[in-house]
Design a protein around this ligand. Structure first.
Ligand SMILES: Nc1ncnc2c1ncn2[C@@H]1O[C@H](COP(=O)(O)OP(=O)(O)OP(=O)(O)O)[C@@H](O)[C@H]1O
Ligand SMILES: [Mg+2]
Length: 304
């Protein structure tokens, strides 16, 4: 029996740092000259994706953790499996043995200044069928769903419904893109914890009170993050809030994943909403103080 299983994307992230300058006066575009070779100043690789980021977060907090996702059987898939093994996360997903499609990649073009352009390829992440899962092995107190699309989203929904019936608690962290392209409403009805940011919340609750509007969609607890502004939580009885500290943001990739995993970790060990919000804040602040979504995820045993 796992404490928590995360179900979400896995990608190989390639960070390419260039010296290319801003071409336009309004500083919105970066130009890459056609037909030329651009020497990179630096290239770095890391494993990303909401599913693996959160699995690593939970494992480092001392939980028995599993991960469900779809990998390719080539270079990327192998790197992801190695990382999961190193971080003591059990792999419960599927590997595309025929390599009919590549695994997920993000190419992060980091130009002068600190903003970047991301070229994203979802690849295998979108194609996990329910029949590929060995459901006998998928036994857990909690399941954490992070954004997936199409076939994989339908698999998430089907699995969550089945596990919900058997008493597994469900946490769900969505994104703008998922809200716009998938029907997430049936899933919200069975969620124990639903976490999203303020803009995403406004897409679901177009007018009126956001927290009450979200609660009406079904989740037991809703959490709305809002960058460096107050994060709010609501359980139908009381509104809770926590304000981020003023910190120097080095790189905010993975802030949302980190907050959500910290909060859910608190819930797994039976902490109050206030205490769980604190854990979410600590986890997200640790991550945005340095580069990389996983590097600074906290290591401590919450089960002790
Ligand atoms: N500038 C900041 N200063 C301090 N804390 C921050 C800042 N930005 C984000 N955080 C922390 O990270 C949490 C999640 O951030 P945010 O609301 O940006 O989520 P998100 O938009 O879902 O992020 P992501 O793009 O990673 O999915 C916030 O609740 C806060 O605790
Ligand atoms: Mg987010």
């Amino acid at each position: 029996m796992f404490d928590i299983i995360t179900f979400g994307s896995a990608t190989v992230d390639v960070f390419a740092e260039t010296d290319i300058h801003d071409l336009k006066e309004e500083r919105k575009y970066v130009g890459y000259p056609i037909g030329s070779k651009i020497l990179l100043k630096e290239i770095k690789f890391s494993i990303g994706g909401g599913g693996t980021n959160t699995a690593v977060a939970f494992a480092r907090l001392g939980f028995k953790t599993g991960y469900i996702g779809k990998l390719d059987s080539g270079f990327g898939g192998k790197e992801i499996l190695d990382l999961l093994k190193k971080e003591k996360v059990g792999f419960l997903g599927s590997i595309d043995r025929n390599n009919s499609v590549n695994g997920g990649y993000s190419i992060i073009l980091d130009s002068k200044g600190n903003d970047r352009t991301i070229l994203k390829y979802s690849g295998a992440n979108d194609f996990l069928r329910f029949s590929e899962l060995d459901t006998k092995k998928i036994q857990s107190k909690w399941i954490y769903l992070s954004t997936m699309l199409d076939e994989s989203f339908r698999t998430q929904e089907k699995l969550a419904m089945k596990m919900h019936k058997n008493g597994t608690k469900i946490a769900f962290n969505t994104t703008e893109y998922q809200i716009k392209t998938q029907n997430i409403r049936p899933l919200l009805k069975i969620c124990d914890v639903f976490i999203l940011n303020h803009e995403e919340a406004r897409l679901l609750v177009e007018e009126g009170d956001i927290l009450r509007g979200l609660k009406e969609l079904g989740p037991k607890i809703v959490i709305v993050t809002n960058k460096d502004k107050e994060t709010l939580a609501y359980d139908g009885k009381k509104i809770y809030s926590i304000t981020p500290h003023k910190i120097k943001v080095v790189e905010r990739t993975g802030a949302g994943d980190a907050f959500a995993s910290g909060f859910v970790a608190g819930q797994i060990i039976g902490k109050s909403i206030d205490e769980s919000l604190k854990l979410g804040l600590e986890e997200s602040e640790s991550v945005i103080r340095s580069r990389g979504a996983k590097n600074k995820l906290l290591r401590r045993n919450l089960k002790k």
